[in-house]
Design a protein around this ligand. Structure first.
Ligand code: FES
Length: 78
């Protein structure tokens, strides 16, 4: 099983609009924390999540969270 790259050892605090969002799970995207298609050819796929309302969220960038796409504090152990 491939391991994701660690894009950053800290989450990204973002304000997201309602709708669909595509979180990078491979760590290779140049548009962190979002997917830019860099996973093509690997076993990774983006995590697609939908928000009903505008929200401020902390999105994982270490790609080790047990609750993707959200930061769960795992980055502190890396
Ligand atoms: S940035 Fe990945 S768990 Fe916090």
């Amino acid at each position: 099983m491939e391991k994701p790259l660690i894009a950053a050892k800290m989450p990204a605090q973002v304000s997201l609009e309602p709708g669909m969002h595509f979180w990078c799970s491979c760590g290779k995207s140049s548009k962190q924390p979002y997917c830019d298609g860099s996973h093509y050819g690997s076993e990774f796929v983006p995590v697609i999540f939908k928000l009903a309302d505008k929200q401020d969220v902390w999105l994982c960038q270490c790609k080790q969270s047990k609750n993707p796409p959200y930061c769960d504090g795992t980055h502190k152990t890396l």
